[in-house]
Design a protein around this ligand. Structure first.
Ligand code: FAD
Length: 517
């Protein structure tokens, strides 16, 4: 037994951060070294880019997160300069497409919107912070209710989840009343829990990996002395000796020097594509690795809120109060957010409804719905994708990606079961939109991969039977000291935003891991 065991954590997103925090809080002497391929963007590591008020600084932070599509960073890392070939789709700000069209790009014609973030804090520096709890069959069935509730409670603490954010909004309440009318039964609309800290002035400080790290990122805390974060440090391989990992091989992307760092335990939380990629590159290749890829098909639309309908439940004063709150942060004006959660039977989808004073794209001044006094809602249904072995990512030993790791090919298809639920949800979105107002954009299904909630590729399971990659505590089958974390561990078909669930699974994994070092 080593008195001061070293734990290597690969990836600095919310999940790697949850592992680091839980491990250090559970173990009195262990040290955690966290490796992150991307740059640190904010003074406190992993803070949400949405909290940056200066628009230029915010743009730069997003650009620096865009890995192979990151312009100046691309050049600074010694990658060939020049224009990145435009793909068919544009990545969301702060992310880069996996299939970005340039040299070393992944191949994902059937999952074209798949994207990643490469920066300290991962996608958690860019996320929308929606943190609903999974329900019914969205949950895993191998953790009993009591333990599960405690894990979710802990995950909510780590992420600073507010269950009643913006609950005081009169506009939000009016939208909920109209949603309830259109829904005409259970489940009832409710406010959407979000991760962040409400400020005294009514604005929100959004949560990122910074709040999950908590004391680890506070130099005054004794835990910080046992934690080290190395940015621009790409883990190329887990070094394995039989059934044990003995360390990680790391390239310093500033100097390109590669060193091996000895470790007593390795946690890989490098997102749902790069976690299985690193395992594959390390010769850790369970049959289910990369398979069972799922996400949520997403149908969205924007609706201009009807004055007549909204006035039934809200006053002009409510509207003014809502607009005043949004004006507190003009760069990131978020307020009333509502949802109708997943429930079986009857509502096998999640609906999210975000209030906005402007549509997400500029309308011409003479457009009949431009400058709508009561504003707009952006609505989206998330639907299930049933996990199938056919859907997934494969890795090539011959063709390397832009980092020199085994390149990825993603294969993915919706089946009749999904098509039927998509059609149902689209019809509901139309009905609800008509109750709320007038469509600015008709309901439309986004391209595969658009949810950014990629699941299943390192899924957990109760038996080493080829249908899972890790055990119910996230320990990779056949290895004593290798853990996986992130949305890839979720084995179920879900419709909700997955980060809260993945943090809960990480808390469980970290507690198990702490007992082994
Ligand atoms: P990530 O946050 O992706 O972090 C993984 C990190 O690992 C990355 O920083 C990456 O650079 C690093 N890495 C990869 N490979 C290596 C390597 N070999 N060596 C070293 N480092 C490596 N989820 C929700 O639940 N609710 C939302 O509202 C929501 N909205 C979103 C909105 C946007 C715009 C985006 C981009 C995402 C959103 N998500 C949302 C998804 C959410 O951000 C992810 O679920 C979450 O960040 C996953 O955490 P993670 O730590 O597993 O992975």
């Amino acid at each position: 037994m080593n008195d001061t065991p070293v734990i290597a954590v690969v990836g600095s997103g919310p999940i790697g951060s949850a592992y680091a925090r839980e491990l250090l809080e559970a173990h009195p002497t262990a040290r955690v070294v966290m490796f992150e391929a991307g740059p640190q963007l904010t003074a406190v590591p992993g803070a949400s880019v949405r909290n940056i008020t200066d628009p230029g600084e915010k743009d730069l932070a997003r650009e620096r997160s865009q890995g192979p599509q990151a312009g100046a960073l691309r050049v600074s890392l010694g990658l060939p300069a020049g224009t990145v070939v435009e793909g068919m789709f544009t990545a969301r700000q702060g992310t880069h497409l996996l299939d970005f069209g340039g040299e070393g790009s992944a191949h994902a014609p059937t999952f074209p919107a798949a994207a990643a973030s490469t920066n300290v804090g991962g996608m958690g520096a860019h996320w929308t912070c929606a943190t609903p709890r999974p329900s019914d069959t969205e949950r895993v069935d191998f953790i009993d209710d009591r333990e599960w509730d405690a894990l979710i409670d802990r995950a909510e603490q780590l992420l600073h989840v507010q269950s009643a954010a913006f609950a005081d909004s009169g506009v939000g309440a009016a939208i909920r009343a109209l949603l309830a009318e259109a829904q005409g039964g259970e489940p009832a609309p409710s406010t959407l829990p979000v991760a962040g800290d409400p400020q005294p002035d009514g604005s929100m400080r959004w949560a990122g990996a910074d709040v999950v790290l908590g004391p680890l990122a506070d130099p005054a805390s004794p835990l910080a002395a046992r934690f080290e974060l190395r940015d621009l440090s790409l883990v190329r391989r887990i070094v394995v000796d039989g059934a044990r990992a003995t360390g990680v091989e790391v390239e310093d992307l500033r100097t390109h020097a590669t060193t091996t760092v000895a470790a007593d335990l390795v946690v890989v939380a490098a997102d749902a594509f790069r976690t299985p990629q690193l395992l594959w590159a390390s010769g850790i290749r369970p049959a289910a690795l990369g398979r069972y890829l799922s996400e949520h098909p997403v149908v969205i639309s924007t609706v201009a809120l009807s004055a007549a309908q909204m006035s039934r439940f809200a006053t002009e004063a409510d509207l003014d109060a809502e607009l005043a709150r949004r004006a507190l942060n003009p760069v990131d004006p978020v307020a009333a957010v509502n949802r109708i959660p997943f429930a079986e039977p009857g509502h096998p989808f999640s609906l999210q409804v975000m209030y906005a004073e402007q549509p997400p794209f500029p309308l011409p001044a003479d457009h009949p719905l431009a400058g709508n006094r009561w504003g707009y809602v952006n609505m989206g249904y998330g639907m299930r994708k049933r996990p199938r072995v056919e859907d997934g990512v494969t890795f090539s030993d011959e063709e390397l990606d832009y980092r020199g790791l085994p390149n990825m090919t993603i294969e993915y298809a919706l089946t009749e079961a999904e098509e039927a639920e998509i059609a149902d949800a689209t019809a509901r979105l139309r009905r609800i939109g008509e109750t709320l107002g007038t469509f600015v954009t008709e309901p439309r299904l986004l391209p595969n991969g658009s949810s950014l909630h990629f699941q299943g590729t390192t899924r957990l399971g109760t038996a080493d039977d080829g249908t899972s990659v890790a055990d119910p505590h996230s320990r990779v089958w056949g290895f004593e000291n290798v853990y996986v974390g992130g949305n890839g561990t979720i084995p179920t078909a879900t419709t909700m935003n997955p980060t809260l669930m993945s943090v809960a699974l990480a808390v469980r994994g970290a507690r198990d891991a702490a007992g082994r070092v």
